[in-house]
Each structure stands twice: as structure tokens, then as C-alpha cells.
Design a protein around this ligand. Structure first.
Ligand code: UN1
Length: 513
């Protein structure tokens, strides 16, 4: 079944059969190996990308460094206007880009559109921000002195993004970094390189239309070795990396070794606490979308449900019943809820996790399965599974990027549920379902969730861009998108100005010459 014409979509986004994976926004070139992008939807080759060689990378860095000299001098609101134009172009290309995201990554078309909407939203946010890159003013202890702080651009920002949000995560970083006066070099996941090419083509048009220098937006492609060009490069003061905790630890060590900055957005092991006061209908919707949406491949996906024993059976039954309604299949067919996993390696991890949970003593409530036959030819479609487990199981402690939901029980007060919720190495997203004010406030208090995101009567996934996004512990501590996340893309400078004819020293120190 052909649900859309992929050739037409690729044409609209300027994607050819073989694409140069290195770009400075004006020139596209590349001398590295060929990377082929296969769709998990139907297993077909979509197109190929030539990866970035070391010498291609050097050309990119020379161009980016030069572009920074111009870009940083442009007033921030004017940079904001460029980001506004980028947002407008994204509005025009929303359907095409949403389709490519869906076809190359495998998430539903609605979620593909949602991802492009997140890009548009962050552009709007960044435009407003471009007039608000505020510092504070302070009172000096010295007479006739004024003290204040300013934020200045950092330079070249490196962005390493993951396959699961192949376009939005780049835009959260880049839209803010641009208004802050930085230029960006982006390495998309080698599993979704065409999404990277499509985005770069869109921003390149905007930059050309405004006669801006090449190098403000650069693209590089390839595997972790290409990422290493950036992590090892002292010309890159900030590396923003999204992906696994394993990858984040390597990036953090490498960049810290040269005293660079990192913004890390890594794994989650997100739970919803379901208390006796929960609205069960809302809980089911939140939990099921959280667990099976994007086939469980969001860093905010719901992996654990922590249910009070008094309502355990009722909630369990409601969730198991809801799973019977789930339709798995081509994500571009809008009647399906769940598309494929990204590739066969992900399918193997899913299978391993299900074996492990049983070995550790868990009970499978909804059986997992790798689907085959008509419509499932890519071999990447799996059935969302549910297992009853213990929080202490090694597999429950681990983030498996697949639709597997663990049901856990708690007894007594909400503090016991919070202890289970916090009892993992990751700290990204968390939620409580309750109509009880005391429980909700306890969960949000300093004695409550230890995650970067804590929601009441909402699931763990689907955060809005207006808030700072990220988490604690093994999630890496970084914050992206809204609130004051922009500050990481700038360097802070404290300025003290003396407007007198005397030179008093701070701390009252006397130094008479
Ligand atoms: C991710 O999975 O890396 O909150 C990001 C959400 C989305 C972002 C997820 N807005 O689920």
C-alpha cells in the first residue's frame, strides 16, 4: 500500500538519490564513505548520504569560525528575524518534513507533524528571546561604581542529535544558539541522515535569501567518529549531545578533558505513580500514550507504572484492555497507533529485555512479538508488551528503547511510591496521577521526584518547548529549549565601571602609593 509519494516528498525537501552530507549552507560537499538510509516503515532504501571526512570537517570549521565573526556582531533582534523566517519556511514545509520524519524514523505521521510543530514553536520562542537576553545589574560596594553582567555569544556550537527526534532536538539547540549569536555545526544520527539534509536545505535557503555568510548553519554526517571531531576540537566551546547515557559519558569525558562545556540530554527511566485517588481513565490514556507512543523510543517514554496495591488489579485490567485496541502498522496510515522500531538492532534489544524480565522473575501480562507478514516486511514492527516486575530487577533499572511497560506495586503512603520512582540511575521525567492535593504537593516538593520534569495528572512524555527540558543523574543535567536554557549558549561577563576620579579597592583594601 502506498500511502504517499515519497519521491514527491523528497523532491520538496531537495533530497537526491545521493546527497553530500557536509554543508556550510552554501556549499554542499563530502568525501567520506556512503551512508545508506533505509526506512523502518517498509525496509526500502530511501537515499544515500556521503559522510564527512576529516578534511571536509576542517573546511566546515574554517567556514563556521569565519561566519561567527559576522554573525556575532549582528544585533540579536536581527538574528531573531532570521529565525522567524526559518520558522515561516518550516510552516510551509511542515507536511513534507513531517512525512520524511515519519518515513525515515518510523514515528506516526501525527507525531512527525508534532515534531515539526515543536521546531516552529521554538523558533517563535527564540524570536521573542532575541530581545530578552538579559543580564542583571548589581549595586557596587564602591562609591561611584556601577556593576552589571552581560551575556556574549560563545562561538561555534556542536550539536549531536539522536534518531528518535531527528529534527526537533536540533532546532531546540540551534534556534536558541543562533539568536544568542553562535553558529552551529550539526551531526544528526547516522540512522536519520536525510532528516538532517532536509533541515539544512531549509535553513540554507533562508540564509541565502538574506545574503548571510555561509557557515552559520553547518551539517556534518557520519558515525561516532565524526562526532569525535567535535568533542576533541578546542574550537568548539559547547557540545550539546542527545542520546544514550553510554554515549553521554564518553562525550562528557572528552569535552571536560579540554575544559569545554557540554549540554547533555541522555536516557530516562520514567515512571507514573498511580495513587488510590487517581482518575483511572486519564491514567490509562497517559500511560498508554507514554509507553507505546513513538514505539517507546522517546527519552520521556513511560517505562514504569508504580501502582498502589489497593487499585492495582483495576488499573492493570484497564491498561491490559487498552492494549488490545492498539493497532500496529505503517505509521503513515493514520489509523495505526504504533509504527516500527528504528532498526533490527533495536528489535533485538526489545527481545533481550523481554527474555531478561522473565529470567529475573517477572510475569508477562501482554506478550511481546516481532511481527511478520504483509505490511511488516521491514522486520522492525513489534508488539507493545507489559510485564509485572520489581524495581530492583536489572532490566527495570535499564532504559530499553522499545514499547515495554513494567508494572510495579507500592503500599502505604505516596512517599513509598516516590522512593521507587527515584530508585533508578536516570532522572528525566516523572508523573503522578492523583486528585489528592497532599500527594501531588509531596511529589513536587524537595522530598518528592528527583527528576528534571515532574508532572501532575499528565503522563511523562510530550513536554512543551516553553519549559526547560532535561533531567538529573544519568540523564546528564542539561536543559534545553524553554525557560532560561539559552544561558548555556552564551558566556557571562561581569562588568564594573568606575565613574569617579578615585580608585577605591574592593573589600576596603588600602594600597597607598
Ligand atoms: C526525546 O525523546 O529526546 O517531551 C525528546 C517529549 C518531547 C521531547 C522528547 N517533547 O516527549
Amino acid at each position: 500500500m502506498t500511502l504517499f509519494n515519497i519521491d514527491d516528498t523528497l523532491k520538496q525537501l531537495g533530497i537526491q538519490n545521493i546527497n553530500n552530507g557536509t554543508s556550510t549552507g552554501v556549499k554542499n560537499f563530502s568525501n567520506g564513505n556512503i551512508l545508506e538510509s533505509f526506512s523502518p516503515v517498509d525496509g526500502k532504501l530511501i537515499a544515500s548520504v556521503k559522510t564527512t571526512s576529516k578534511s571536509d570537517y576542517e573546511t566546515v570549521m574554517a567556514t563556521a569560525t569565519k561566519a561567527f565573526k559576522t554573525w556575532q556582531l549582528m544585533p540579536a533582534p536581527q538574528r531573531g528575524d532570521i529565525v522567524r523566517q526559518f520558522g515561516d519556511k518550516l510552516r510551509e514545509k511542515k507536511e513534507a518534513l513531517g512525512k520524511l520524519v515519519s518515513y525515515e524514523m518510523g514515528k506516526s505521521y501525527q507525531e512527525g507533524l508534532g515534531e515539526v510543530q515543536e521546531m516552529i514553536d521554538i523558533c517563535d520562542f527564540a524570536v521573542g528571546l532575541s530581545r530578552q537576553l538579559h543580564g542583571l545589574t548589581m549595586h557596587s560596594e564602591r562609591p561611584g561604581h556601577r556593576m552589571y553582567e552581560q551575556y556574549h555569544p560563545l562561538g561555534v556550537v556542536g550539536i549531536i542529535s539522536a534518531f528518535n527526534f531527528p529534527v526537533a532536538v536540533w532546532s531546540w539547540n540551534t534556534a536558541l544558539a543562533w539568536v544568542c549569536g553562535d553558529v552551529c555545526v550539526w551531526k544528526p544520527s547516522e540512522k536519520t541522515p536525510l532528516c538532517g539534509i532536509a533541515c539544512q536545505n531549509i535553513i540554507a535557503e533562508v540564509l541565502k535569501e538574506n545574503n548571510l555568510p555561509e557557515g552559520i548553519s553547518c551539517l556534518i554526517n557520519g558515525d561516532y567518529k565524526v562526532g569525535e571531531f567535535m568533542t576533541k576540537d578546542v574550537r568548539i566551546p559547547l557540545v550539546s549531545a542527545t542520546g544514550s547515557t553510554r554515549m553521554g559519558k564518553i562525550v562528557a569525558k572528552e569535552v571536560a578533558g579540554r575544559l569545554g562545556k557540554t549540554l547533555l540530554e541522555l536516557g530516562g527511566n520514567n515512571a507514573i505513580i498511580v495513587t488510590p485517588d487517581a482518575d483511572i481513565k486519564m491514567t490509562v490514556i497517559g500511560a498508554v500514550f507514554g509507553a507505546v507512543g513513538t514505539a517507546g523510543q522517546r527519552c520521556t517514554s513511560t517505562r514504569r507504572l508504580i501502582i498502589h496495591t489497593s487499585i492495582y488489579n483495576k488499573v492493570k485490567q484497564a491498561i491490559v484492555d487498552a492494549y488490545k485496541q492498539i493497532k500496529i502498522g505503517n505509521p503513515l496510515d493514520q489509523t495505526n497507533h504504533v509504527g516500527p522500531l528504528i532498526d533490527k538492532a533495536a528489535v533485538n534489544m526489545y527481545k533481550d529485555a523481554l527474555t531478561k524480565v522473565e529470567q529475573e522473575g517477572g510475569t508477562i501480562l501482554v506478550e511481546g512479538e516481532v511481527l511478520s507478514g504483509s505490511g511488516y516486511e521491514s522486520g522492525c514492527y513489534v508488539k507493545p508488551a507489559i510485564a509485572e516486575a520489581e524495581n530492583s530487577f536489572e532490566i527495570v533499572q535499564h532504559e530499553t528503547f522499545a514499547p515495554i511497560l513494567y508494572l510495579l506495586k507500592y503500599e502505604g503512603g505516596v512517599e513509598n511510591a516516590i522512593e521507587i520512582q527515584n530508585g533508578v540511575a536516570q532522572g528525566l521525567s516523572s508523573a503522578i496521577m492523583t486528585n489528592n492535593l497532599r500527594e501531588a504537593e509531596h511529589f513536587l516538593s524537595h522530598a518528592g521526584s528527583d527528576c528534571g520534569i515532574a508532572n501532575v495528572n499528565i503522563g511523562t512524555s510530550g513536554a512543551e518547548i516553553g519549559g526547560a527540558f532535561g533531567g538529573e543523574k544519568e540523564t546528564g543535567g542539561g536543559r534545553e529549549s524553554g525557560s532560561d536554557a539559552w544561558k548555556v549558549y552564551m558566556r557571562r561577563q561581569t562588568n564594573t565601571i568606575n565613574y569617579t576620579t578615585k580608585l577605591p579597592l574592593a573589600q576596603g583594601i588600602k594600597f597607598n602609593l
